[in-house]
Design a protein around this ligand. Sequence first.
Ligand SMILES: Cc1ncc(COP(=O)(O)O)c(C=O)c1O
Length: 407
Amino acid sequence: MSFDRDAVLLLAEKYESFYLYDGRTIAENIAVLQGNFEGVRFLYSVKANPHPAVLRCIIDEGVGVDAASLREVTMGKENGLAAGDIYYSAPGKSPRDINAALGCSTIIADSPAEVERIQAIAEGHGITADIGIRLNPDFSFDGEGGSASKFGIDEEEAFRLLPQWKGYKNVRIRGIHVHSRSQELRGELIAAYYGRMFELAVRFQNALGHELRFVNMGSGIGIPYAEQDAPVDIKALGASMSALIRQYRPQLPRTEILVESGRFIVGKAGVYATHVMDKKVSHGRTFVLLANTLGGFVRPSVAQMVESYTREEKPAGCEPLYTGRNAFGFVPLTEDRDTETVTVTGSLCTGADVIAQDILLPRLECGDVFVITNAGSYAASVSPMQFASLEPPAQIFLPEFGEPSAL
Ligand SMILES: Cc1ncc(COP(=O)(O)O)c(C=O)c1O
């Protein structure tokens, strides 16, 4: 993964540990999606990286918001987005969440009880809310049958309840949402999933009795983390989507097709940089201690933990905390050094703060800068920064033009 080495070294003079997000890469990633998926609107999954400048840059490219909380709805609103551009989909919303999100987002109901709650709250306001239904379909991403899930409403139950929902005065069902999987690299599997989604949308629309305004296919598009990962063929996937849109246009003439993405947009647009704080030898093993690893960027430590508890050659991913082996590049910014085998840890008071064991790296010394790649998504946003009250890493956005801005 390429990154601006000079910018990292310059910033490292000021910050002990920091994320650097590259606006140009983000814009390029969005252009790849938008350029290959004609007739599709993309939504950014803010939870991947809610940094204000990152979000601003993404919204400026015409991407809408997939909000997983009321706060993320508000972030979309503060960036000038209308209710039709912010899709609020999360399990377990509170009445307060629903109350505040009504009118400034499209709420996706996640359970039958939530449909009732939205109806009651909208009635209290004397309004009719345009909502979506998150479905737990009778098919999986792989094409097998459906399974139990905390997300959404089982397809069968939703079809059974539709006649009742249609009678409600204060909710109008405008669309459906499904998200079955993240980080899929097999484009043909994603395309087959899109096909099943179109088929479901038509069946749902027929049962609903009026045209769907939107079908939100969720995410799925993965990124290569390990060196041997082959990226999704976005061109071929976009062509499959276009063919499906053409095929289903007669039945869904004005329905907006939405696809969500977090990691594809930002995952490879960020690096984490920290410093070597100490180095020691214990019982013949050399330890390099970095500033703020587990607390600042938790995923490499989680990877070590997962892999130490399994004998599997390829432990199953558990997104967004664990993706797979070798999901991060470790890049010491040192010049012309010999190599040595080291264990790389952080400075937290826990033995779990290890990011690599017995790896061969250029010899590191105190004060050296150490970069970890693939740090743009589910990085700062999932890290336990209050642990031990360490100073959180800075988060710096490097715009395509202009000066970096720090958070
Ligand atoms: C409902 C929903 N949509 C979209 C995403 C974003 O996934 P990704 O970052 O892999 O694109 C997630 C991730 O967990 C999700 O739960």
